[in-house]
Design a binder for this molecule. Structure first.
Ligand code: GDP
Ligand code: IMO
Ligand code: MG
Length: 429
């Protein structure tokens, strides 16, 4: 196996960063293929914690080259800040180690401004976005007025491209009685960082194709989660990209990506940050316990994540959409102190078990989760387990129950934020 994809099967923050970093030991190339700096991936390596938004999680390893594929929307200012931050932590980011696709669309300050404005305009129906400009940048991409990394190479055309984009948005700003975004300021700010960005620019699809023919191991790192997918998630309470594994090829320009072993990341419970449906949410002591014990605060915005029981129909839906091969179950240790654990095994609407998940967000409110209750392993710890034999019997029963309900094997079990506190039941590379 030389190709592996890691995606989230819930609403994000499943621990993708930790698992990608761990598996990167044997990988040569790590590729981001969608999303932007709305992602927050945390890596804990001995006494150091890295918080990554745009940089792929292989960046901390000397043996890997990190790629940002064309499917990512790239805030160039945020990227340079992130590079400075990790360099201050001792990492070296060089063009030999880090490549950005020339076809990446840029998130500009106007997109961040629009993100905030649209959230305010939605009132009670706001999405709780990260306000990083993700949605507006993808809108401009699809509307074919976006600015890409390659455009930075031609300053003589760039100004007129920016003018066309800003004319479109300034009509809205003027309609709302707001100050227009200044063309010269936008252009000059971009020109200041142009060379810093262009030093990393390259042809990601071509480089991955070459790496593959040289038998290199390539890993694709998803951002967000399957239920935040623009098509297959809880629309409109989603992000603006396809987060499912099918996006790996389109978002990198490397068609063979679709042949990867697909690892679906799932927490041993469920969390969500932002607004929208959440059938197994526990607005009670259990939710508080999971949030506190699991340190469930967003990496990007610091917001408190809502918490609830493991939701098998949700993860099953994600596994179907992405053709997941195996599951990495994270944060099992967070359940360590519970007497009893509930797991949602099916959804009922009007008393009848339904197949799949609803399309309309209002129908999600009608879901009655069907719960099964399992014994916890209170008093015993799972932290640091290196094999299944190290786990309490009740934890093994819980893992087997999840495998049965979603119909996929669990290939990885994670029991702490630390890189090595992980049970690897399968060798991927
Ligand atoms: P990502 O967005 O999917 O990469 O996940 P985040 O990094 O946003 O959130 C996951 C959080 O849980 C991070 O703070 C990780 O350090 C932490 N984490 C990852 N795996 C485990 C685990 O098995 N147990 C515990 N207790 N924490 C974990
Ligand atoms: P990682 O990669 C959790 C959520 C936001 C909001 C919705 C839309 O760390 O798992 P956006 O800014 O994308 O337009 O916001 O999506 N969201 C995430 N939630 N983890 C993430 O990424 C997320 N990225 C976006 O909270 O509800
Ligand atoms: Mg995260």
């Amino acid at each position: 196996m030389t190709l592996v994809t890691v995606i989230g099967t819930q609403w994000g923050d499943e621990g993708k960063g930790k698992i990608v970093d761990l598996l990167a030991e044997k990988a040569d190339c790590i590729v981001r293929f969608q999303g932007g700096n709305n992602a927050g991936h945390t890596l804990v390596v001995k006494d150091k914690t890295y918080k990554l938004n745009l940089l792929p999680s292989g960046i901390v390893r000397d043996n890997t080259v990190s790629y940002i594929g064309n499917g990512v929307v790239l805030d160039p200012f945020a990227l340079l800040t992130e590079i400075n931050n990790v360099q201050a932590q001792g990492l070296k980011i060089t063009p030999e180690k880090f490549v950005i696709s020339e076809s990446c669309h840029l998130i500009l300050p106007v997109h961040k401004q629009l993100d905030g404005l649209m959230e305010e305009a939605r009132g009670g129906m706001n999405l709780g976005t990260t306000r990083k400009g993700i949605g507006p940048a993808y809108e401009d991409k699809v509307a074919r007025r976006g600015i890409r990394v390659a455009d930075l190479k031609k300053p003589e055309i760039l100004k007129s491209q920016l003018e066309a984009m800003l004319n479109h948005h300034n009509a809205l700003f003027s309609g709302l009685g707001l100050q227009a975004v200044d063309l010269d300021d936008t252009y000059n700010d971009l020109m200041k960082i142009r060379d810093d960005i262009l030093q990393y620019a390259g042809n990601v699809g071509l480089e991955l194709d070459k790496a593959y023919t040289q038998n290199k191991n390539i890993m694709f790192e998803g951002a967000q989660g399957s239920l935040l997918d623009i098509d297959h998630g809880t629309y409109p309470f989603v992000t603006s990209s396809n987060t499912a594994a099918g996006q790996t090829s389109a978002g990198s320009g490397f068609g063979l990506a679709r042949k990867a072993h697909i690892i679906g990341l799932a927490k041993a419970y469920t969390t969500r940050v932002g607004t929208g449906p959440f059938p197994t949410e526990q607005k009670n002591d259990v939710g508080e316990y999971l949030g506190e014990k699991g340190h469930e605060f967003g990496t990007v915005t610091g917001r408190k994540r809502q918490c609830g029981w493991f939701d098998a129909p949700l993860v099953k839906h994600a596994c179907m959409v992405s053709d997941v091969d195996s599951i990495a179950l994270t944060k099992l240790d967070v359940l360590d102190d519970l007497e009893e654990i509930q797991i949602c095994s099916a959804y009922k609407i009007n008393g009848k078990v339904i197949d799949g998940v609803p399309s309309h967000y209002q129908d999600w409110d009608d879901i009655e989760p069907v719960y099964e209750t399992l014994s916890g392993w209170k008093g015993q710890t799972t932290i640091g387990a290196k094999s299944m034999d190290d786990l309490p019997d009740e934890a093994i029963t819980y893992i087997k129950k999840i495998e049965k309900l979603i119909g996929k094997p669990i290939s990885i079990v994670s029991t702490s934020p630390e890189r090595n506190d992980t049970i690897l039941r399968q060798d991927f590379f």
